[in-house]
Write a protein that binds this ligand. Structure first.
Ligand code: CA
Length: 229
């Protein structure tokens, strides 16, 4: 897998379908992780930080609706829900479970891949718009990305360029845990984990300058920006 490849979590208890979907998505350049029941889907979501989730409704443990509810409460992520029947889709749309798109079984793998691409394009367009906005306000934290200024509770902080970029990166996805390896890859373009201490030292500097409570450490994983709502 190339660094920066988009990750997809495929949650499906029918192994032949899961493998076929994974094979197709991998062939299209995605990094794919699999989960086969509700609880392991939630665990895998936390561990792999996917960009999109393909989620079957009927699952052992707890069902896809519960999976959707739990992962969306952690961080917003596009979800392509796979249902057994068209009337089930109607029901779920009516319930507003928080999926972004629905696909009814039996589906063609090609159709599924097309939906995945379409969903990601939509999200990227939305993110792009967000990136054009030069002001980020999260609780008492204010960032002006054009003038590269930061303040907390009205007090300006002087950040180095790398500290600033790291802060903006975390602030784009508040409360989402960002693995140290991914921060390294995206901000420093490192493809191995040997430089994760550089991330740690910049985080330490951000805490010193902006308050220790701003960034949460998730042990063994990475960091998340915590801002009071
Ligand atoms: Ca199923």
């Amino acid at each position: 897998m190339e660094p920066g490849a988009r990750r997809i979590l495929v949650v499906e208890d029918e192994l032949t379908i899961a493998e076929a979907v994974a094979a197709r998505l991998r062939a299209e350049g995605f990094a794919v992780d699999l989960a086969h029941d509700g609880p392991s889907a939630v665990t895998a979501f936390e561990a792999t930080e996917p960009d999109l989730v393909v989620l079957d409704v009927m699952l052992p443990g707890f069902d896809g609706l519960e999976v959707c509810r739990r992962i969306q409460s952690k961080r917003p992520v596009p979800v392509l829900m796979v249902t057994a029947r068209a009337d089930e889709t109607d029901l779920l749309v009516g319930l507003g479970v928080g999926a972004d798109d629905y696909l009814t079984k039996p589906f063609s793998i090609r159709e599924l891949a097309a939906r995945v691409h379409a969903l990601l394009r939509r999200v990227e367009r939305a993110t792009q718009t967000d990136h054009d906005e030069s002001r980020i306000v999260l609780g008492d934290l204010e960032i002006d990305t054009t003038e590269r200024r930061v303040s907390r509770a009205g007090v300006a902080a002087q950040l180095t360029p790398m500290e600033f970029d790291l802060l903006v990166h975390l602030a784009r996805r508040p409360r989402a845990v960002q693995p140290r390896e991914r921060l390294l890859a995206e901000l420093w373009s490192w493809s191995d984990a040997s430089g994760t201490r550089a991330v740690d030292s910049h985080i330490k500097a951000l805490r010193r300058k902006l308050g220790a409570d701003l960034i949460r450490t998730v042990h063994g994983v990475g960091y998340a920006l915590e801002v009071a709502k």
